[in-house]
Design a protein around this ligand. Structure first.
Ligand code: PMP
Length: 430
């Protein structure tokens, strides 16, 4: 495949945009080659400016559950645009989308819309702190909750420690209230609660982690987490920005019996437009401004065009919940195919599927947490990624990301991707 125009475009972008991209992972830092510059998307396909066509397993990192340029969603957006782009005043569509969400999630009585997942989580944390009157929060190593200061604390190996910032520009003072524990390790959680003498406002978790590759929390772990939170008056927040409407119609909450106190959403609820949301039971949400004292706001929050896209997407999902069976079968077909291709090439691989989310690691060990994930063969992944791209298969450009199936992804596309995996892995072991 030729990438000449993308290579030139990347050089131009580099001159005026740091790293040539507006979000770091897009720069292909961990893999080989230059990121294709995208011209357009059509259903399950992406087309770059060199005219290459790819089967897209990224789908804008999750939001496009109906694939690119879905006609119903586009029509809803076009209709909304005719009335204007933003008013900074209440519109009916916000209440409609909020009602769809509150009827789907029995953990959400009220929901506030924002413009990104980062904002959703940042605001939820503030509300949890305001509600409980406590400062400390607990997060898990390898879980990503957006780039707000107090959450930009990542891998700290070993036992629970108060977090050090993982980016320059984040003062240690702003992360000193962020405690870290290992995902799926309840003993470390207990240690954190003991260290902080139970003084923890909230525990935030991706119940199905998609930011260290796909790594689900076990049911036992979530149940024990719930019990510890209950025992200490700590709020449990499920960050479902990625898993919401992806793992099932109710996100991870359609799979686990554990109920969070607060939920953050994003991606699918905007169908590709910038939307995030956070919700909880009414008693908690009543603390939010203007009902309560915890301040949170946004000029473009509840933007009518973005709300129209989200509403159209959610209505389609609710009208046809069986699509999750279909999406799950397709994700499984892809992962079974990759696994067989790896077996044939005698390359160790582990795979997982949760609804329309999938993940694979070049690893000999099952992956339960970030430490396990970090042992995956990233150089093998980089070569695999390039081989697949050259064969027209667009995978996430890091082994620490989940992949996504859309309803526009056909079995034929999946079989083509599996064939590409056989060829690539064979080439890599030749
Ligand atoms: N939480 C989770 C679980 C996410 O996956 C992401 C984004 N990948 C975020 C929060 C942040 O969302 P955004 O990129 O829209 O700010």
């Amino acid at each position: 495949m030729a990438y000449d125009k993308s290579i030139a475009a990347f050089e131009e972008a580099y001159k005026v945009i740091p790293g040539g991209v507006d979000s770091p992972v897009r720069a292909f830092n961990g893999v080989e080659g230059t990121p294709p510059f995208i011209q357009k998307g059509e259903g399950g396909y992406l087309f770059d400016i060199d005219g290459n066509r790819y089967i897209d397993f990224v789908q804008s990192w999750g939001p496009l559950i109906f694939g690119h340029a879905d006609a119903d969603i586009q029509n809803a957006v076009m209709e909304a645009v005719k009335n204007g782009l933003s008013f900074g005043a209440p519109t009916l569509v916000e209440t409609e989308l909020a009602t769809e969400i509150t009827t789907l999630f029995d953990t959400i009585d009220k929901v506030r819309f924002v413009s990104s997942g980062t904002e959703a989580v940042m605001s939820a944390i503030r509300l949890a702190r305001g509600f409980t009157g406590r400062d400390n929060i607990l997060k898990f190593t390898g879980c990503y909750h957006g780039h707000s200061d107090s959450l930009l604390v990542q891998a700290g190996s070993g036992l629970a420690t108060f977090g050090a910032p993982s980016s320059p520009g984040v003062p240690a003072d702003l992360t000193k209230h962020t405690l870290l524990a290992t995902y799926n390790d309840i003993e470390e959680v207990k240690q954190c609660f003991a260290d902080a003498k139970g003084d923890i406002a909230c525990v935030i978790i991706e119940p199905i982690a998609g930011n260290m590759g796909l790594v689900p929390a076990t049911e036992d772990f979530l149940q024990e987490l719930r019990a510890i939170c209950d025992a200490h008056g700590t709020l449990l927040i499920f960050d479902e920005v990625m898993s919401g409407f992806r793992a099932s119609l109710k996100g991870a909450q359609g799979i686990t019996t554990v109920k969070p106190d607060m939920v953050t959403l994003g991606k699918v609820i905007g169908a590709g437009m910038p939307v995030g949301a956070f919700g909880a039971r009414a008693e908690i949400m009543a603390h939010l401004s203007p009902e309560g004292p915890v301040y949170q706001a946004g000029t473009l929050s509840g933007n009518p065009v973005a709300m129209a896209a989200g509403l159209a997407s959610l209505k389609k999902l609710k009208a046809n919940p069986s699509i999750y069976v279909e999406l799950g079968n397709k994700a499984k077909r892809l992962m079974d195919g990759f696994q067989k291709a790896a077996n044939a090439a005698e390359i160790p691989m582990v795979t997982d599927v949760r609804g329309s989310m999938f993940g694979f690691f070049f690893s000999e060990i099952p992956v339960r947490n970030f430490t396990d994930a970090q042992q995956n063969d990233t150089s093998m992944f980089a070569k695999f990624h390039k081989g697949m791209l050259d064969r027209g298969v667009y995978l996430a450009c890091s082994s620490f990301e989940a992949g996504f199936i859309s309803t526009a992804t056909t079995n034929e596309m999946i079989d083509e991707a599996i064939k590409a995996a056989y060829e690539t892995l064979k080439e890599l072991t030749a």
